[in-house]
Design a protein around this ligand. Structure first.
Ligand SMILES: NC(=O)N[C@@H](O)C(=O)O
Ligand code: NI
Length: 167
C-alpha cells in the first residue's frame, strides 16, 4: 500500500466549522470598547471543560518545527474538553483534523493557519498535536485540566503524508 499524500488547504472559518472555530479578527464579531480605543473581537470560541472539578486553564506551548515530508501516523482527541491554539510569535502552523468514523479518525484534513489565525478544537474532535512550522514558536493554549482521562490517541496502520506545509 502507498501512503496517501494529503492536500493542504487555507484555514477558513467555513471549512473548519465541523471541527471548531477559527480565532481571528473577524470584523463581524468586532465591538468598540474602552471609549473607542479598543476593538473587541467578541466570543470567537467557547472553552469547554467537562467533568467534576474540571477547570479551564491557560498555557503556553513552545513548539519545535516539524520537518517535511511529514508522516501523520496518529491523531488524538480530548473527550472532556476543548483545546485552542493561538500564535504568540506570529508564526504560521498546520492544523490537522479528522471527522470521527465509528470511534476512529477518518482521512485527515490539513489546514494552513496564518500567524494571525488560531483555532479552537471543539471537545472530542480528532486532531494531530501541535505542528509548528519553520522555527520554534510559542502558542497560547486554552484547554482543560481535571480528573479523569482527557486524552484518546489513535495510531494509523499506514501513515498519511504531508509533502510540503503550504496550500
Ligand atoms: N499533550 C498536549 O497537551 N498537547 C496536545 O493535546 C496537542 O494537541 O498538542
Ligand atoms: Ni490536543
Amino acid at each position: 500500500m502507498t501512503p496517501i499524500t494529503l492536500p493542504v488547504h487555507p484555514l477558513t472559518a467555513s471549512a473548519f466549522a465541523p471541527f471548531g472555530d477559527v480565532i481571528e479578527a473577524n470584523p463581524a464579531s468586532m465591538r468598540l470598547i474602552n471609549g473607542g480605543t479598543t476593538e473587541r473581537y467578541h466570543a470567537l470560541a467557547r472553552a469547554e471543560a467537562a467533568g467534576e472539578d474540571a477547570r479551564v486553564i491557560i498555557n503556553i506551548f513552545r513548539g519545535a518545527p516539524r520537518r517535511f515530508p511529514y508522516a501523520v501516523d496518529m491523531m488524538e482527541r480530548h473527550p472532556l474538553g476543548s483545546q485552542s491554539f493561538s500564535p504568540l510569535s506570529g508564526r504560521p502552523f498546520l492544523v490537522v483534523v479528522a471527522e470521527d468514523e465509528g470511534g476512529r479518525p477518518g482521512i485527515p484534513r490539513v489546514f494552513y493557519a496564518r500567524g494571525d489565525q488560531g483555532v479552537n478544537y471543539r471537545r472530542n474532535v480528532w486532531h494531530h498535536p501541535l505542528m509548528t512550522l519553520g522555527e520554534t514558536a510559542d502558542f497560547l493554549v486554552v484547554d482543560r485540566e481535571g480528573p479523569d482521562n482527557n486524552l484518546e490517541e489513535f495510531f494509523f496502520d499506514l501513515p498519511y503524508i504531508i509533502a510540503e506545509p503550504s496550500p
